[in-house]
Design a protein around this ligand. Sequence first.
Ligand SMILES: Cc1ncc(COP(=O)(O)O)c(C=O)c1O
Length: 374
Amino acid sequence: MTTLETIPFADLRQLHAGLEARFASVWDEVCRTSSFIGGPYVDAFEAEWAAYVGTDHAVGLANGTDAIALALTALGIGPGDEVLVPANTFIATAEAVAMAGARPRFVDVDATSLLVTPENCAPALSPRTAAVIVVHLYGHVADMTAMTAFARQHGLALIEDAAQAHGATWEGRRVGTFGAVGAFSFYPGKNLGAFGDAGAVVTNDAAVAAKIRSLSNHGRSDEDRYVHPHRGVNSRLDSLQAGVLSIKLSMLDSWTESRRQVAACYREALAGLGLRPPEPGPDSGSVWHLYVVRVAERERVRALLARSGVETGIHYPVPCHRQAAFADLPVEDLPAAEAAAATVLSLPFHPGLTRGSVERVADVLRDALDSHGD
Ligand SMILES: Cc1ncc(COP(=O)(O)O)c(C=O)c1O
């Protein structure tokens, strides 16, 4: 009997192959200069990231959660304010609102795209609503024409959580540039990932960038290291991470192109199976962070896939408004987010996934769906 190789959910080792010498040179340079936090690698990456996204400023931070929290604080949003947050997101989006001292107000998502829309946000508006966070989940892009109009109409600050959408576009313009601030995570598994935790904000507002920079560095003043005009936190970007990110940024567009090709392979291989993957609309340039399908009998199908060596993930099994962490908030009835949480299944997905692996996943999935009732 031949044992088939496991198809891993992601494969960072393959992604990094061939870049080792460049990574090692960053390590050597940091050892040589002892410039561990901030410094030339951080300055360079911030400039490159701002140029890539298309904003005047980027501020490197310790992670993507802080990026959202510090963006809110810098925009003056805090205690007494409510922030609209789609319930179908990673918990960090909501956590960041709480970290800023504000209250998340969870809203439903569109049943097809699984992303936030103005129609979902409107019923949750209250006199306390100060901001809306648009999450470009799975690398897909929310309708930014509609969401920016909605935010403007209701006088809300708009923040983009682009933690899963590095380089994605709406009508040709990169995400992160539509709201007051765009927030990115560079967690290792993201489309652009560091060798540990890292994040950044982007903005065209110099004052907001300066405030976030200060907040992330103990609220320091520019002039004097031990003068603290703001009550800040420690959320700075390390030199090693910035050096790695610059190297990986030079590869990002080709990795994104590969992701798009793998997604196209999946679309073809899974056609006719009724798996309803959320698909990007015609105006959006998705960067396909994940390949998500929807399966009614998810646990049974997932177990069969695992038995055949196909690794999968679930993003996310419990919607934010049903998490114990937010049990103090009024429970909302958000049917699309709940249906998504019950059925979404993320298939193996990374830029190096071969057509053969995609076809094997599709075959196993077809058999698993056909074996219903056995
Ligand atoms: C949608 C979303 N928002 C926020 C975050 C938080 O980023 P980090 O893990 O870097 O804090 C993540 C990633 O983990 C995410 O996927």
